[in-house]
Design a protein. Structure first.
Length: 526
């Protein structure tokens, strides 16, 4: 599948400040959210990253949504569901609900939406997620079959049937992800790519788009058509695209922000932040890693990739650079119930030097100058500088650092137009497959273009197995192959979630392992 992420300018340049015919509800109060960066889009078929996810959670709702404490799937547009005896067919029963313009949402709307997202012409970076688990969807997504072969069926207006490739025990939890959103196909048909302008926007989440001023703010107001509006207590959310952590922190301290979502805080301020009552820190199902472009003529050599991995003292990174409670790791998948991660990469300078010499670069002599790209962030900059120093001191090689704003950075990664890139993944659901499937050959998130048919086959096998120890063993074998044999990526650390929000002031907001937050139930305390 051809993969393409349009630069934000394509979508943002023409956005008007205020949507037509939308009035803010008088109920509730405003929450101002520091959102990290300018969103690349709000079109669910084109987005990726936490920046976009937080906005998506306000504007759209799928069959299921996430429990704010456990992150497990709970009813959304679907009020209930059941599996067939063999676990391969899911039947969802939809509630009576509409789009924000009053257009009904039916089972056929879901069929049309998912087929649109998975169509090769849509080029959605997350199309691989539904394509992995829905019968016939992979061939459709690859352009090898037509829509009639995909296991989706509208039994009637309120009954939606999904045929899976196997038991796929995590399928319903997976469907909390925005790649399974229902889409306003009538608005998309009418307005094309301009359907996301405020005056054209149609959504089905707890809020609708009010305004979008690029590089300044995006605001949403209550959706009066939302089926669960009685439990929405905020009248407006304002998302601020602040990528400077010091600026964001100072605005929070000054009361200009209610929720600071930053992944990290300035190193010089971290000790102060940790002492605050409104500092919320929690273990996170997420990994910070480096993508290596496996198409690069230098990085094609597994000895070079292994040398780059083994020459990094990640324990020093988390103790002296990030210093926020992150856990150094040589594995790609975080620990989770029933799963033991691969042993992964070990710090071994002597072996790294030998490998580089064997590859033809003794003491780094003759090694081509590679570029490391990262998105704007003080923390990412410090990590980049640490990497540059480690590779210079331990291997004798020079790496050029290049900082980019978010949308450009994402576009380059998706186009495989880089040598080495900062990368990271926060789980969308609590299963090892959610991490390992990033690196399948056709994954829209396989930024380094790792290609290994044996690895793909193991993941395909696991996707058709029932839950249990045998399935976890297959996934463990896949991770071991990808790391200990191929060194496809460079794992660095397991995140912790770090947020600033005053829970003496706000209720209904909870720390959780996926750092996913529903706006349902959030309100000011009396």
């Amino acid at each position: 599948m051809k993969k393409f992420i349009a630069p934000a300018a394509i979508f943002l340049a023409a956005l008007l400040v205020t949507g037509c015919g939308k009035k803010a509800a008088s109920k509730g109060s405003e929450m101002i959210i520091e959102n990290g960066a300018e969103p690349q889009s709000i079109d669910p078929t084109q987005i990726q990253g936490n920046v976009e996810q937080r906005i998506n959670a306000a504007l759209f709702e799928g069959l299921v949504t996430t429990d704010p404490k456990t992150c497990k799937a709970v009813p959304g547009v679907a009020k209930s569901w059941e599996r067939s005896a063999d676990g391969t067919i899911l039947t969802f029963h939809l509630r009576d609900t509409t789009w924000s313009d009053g257009t009904p949402i039916t089972a056929q709307t879901f069929v049309d939406s998912w087929l649109y997202l998975m169509a090769p012409s849509t080029a959605s970076p997350y199309a691989y997620m539904p394509a992995m688990v829905i019968q016939g969807a992979a061939d459709y997504n690859a352009g090898k079959a037509d829509a009639s072969t995909v296991g989706l069926r509208a039994v009637d207006d309120h009954t939606f049937e999904v045929k899976l490739v196997g038991p796929v025990p995590y399928a319903v939890d997976m469907m909390t992800h925005y790649s399974f959103d229902v889409l306003p196909m009538h608005a998309i048909k009418k307005y094309g790519k301009e359907w996301i302008k405020p005056e054209n926007f149609v959504g089905n989440g707890p809020f609708v788009l009010e305004s979008w001023v690029p590089q300044e703010k995006l605001t949403v107001i209550q959706n009066e058509k939302y089926w669960n509006k009685e439990n929405i207590f905020l009248s407006r959310l304002t998302f601020l695209p602040i990528d400077d952590m010091t600026t964001a922190y100072n605005k929070f301290k000054n009361g200009e922000i209610d929720w600071n979502t930053t992944e990290t805080f300035p190193l010089g301020m971290l000790d102060e932040v940790k002492l605050r009552d409104d500092y919320q820190v929690y273990p996170n199902l997420a990994v910070y890693y480096l993508a290596l472009n496996n198409d690069n003529k230098t990085l094609k050599d597994v000895r070079v990739r292994k040398a780059l991995c083994e020459s990094l003292d990640i324990k020093e990174l988390v103790s002296k650079v990030t210093n926020g409670g992150q856990l150094a790791t040589g594995a790609f998948v975080p620990e989770m119930a029933g799963y033991t991660p691969a042993d992964g990469v070990k710090f071994d300078i002597a072996d790294a030097k030998k490998l580089l010499a064997d590859a033809g670069y003794p003491d780094g002599n003759g090694f081509p100058k590679l570029t490391y790209i990262y998105n704007t962030s003080e923390q990412h900059k410090k990590i980049a500088e640490w990497l540059q120093q480690q590779w210079k001191e331990n291997l004798g090689i020079d790496i050029v650092l290049q900082n980019m704003e978010w949308a450009t950075f994402i576009a380059k990664r998706q186009a495989h137009d880089f040598d080495i890139a900062r990368d990271g993944w926060i789980g969308d659901y609590q299963d090892p497959s959610n991490f390992l499937e990033l690196l399948k050959t056709e994954s829209g998130n396989n930024d380094g273009h790792y290609v290994n048919p044996d690895y793909d086959a193991l993941l395909e096998k696991a996707s058709k197995m029932p839950a249990g120890e045998e399935r976890m063993k297959v996934l463990h074998d896949a991770e071991t192959m990808m790391l200990d044999r191929d060194y496809a990526v460079v794992p660095m650390y397991i995140y912790v979630t770090q947020n600033l929000i005053d829970l003496n002031k706000w209720e209904g907001w909870y720390s959780n392992t996926l750092d996913l937050h529903s706006y349902t139930g959030i309100k000011l305390k009396k």
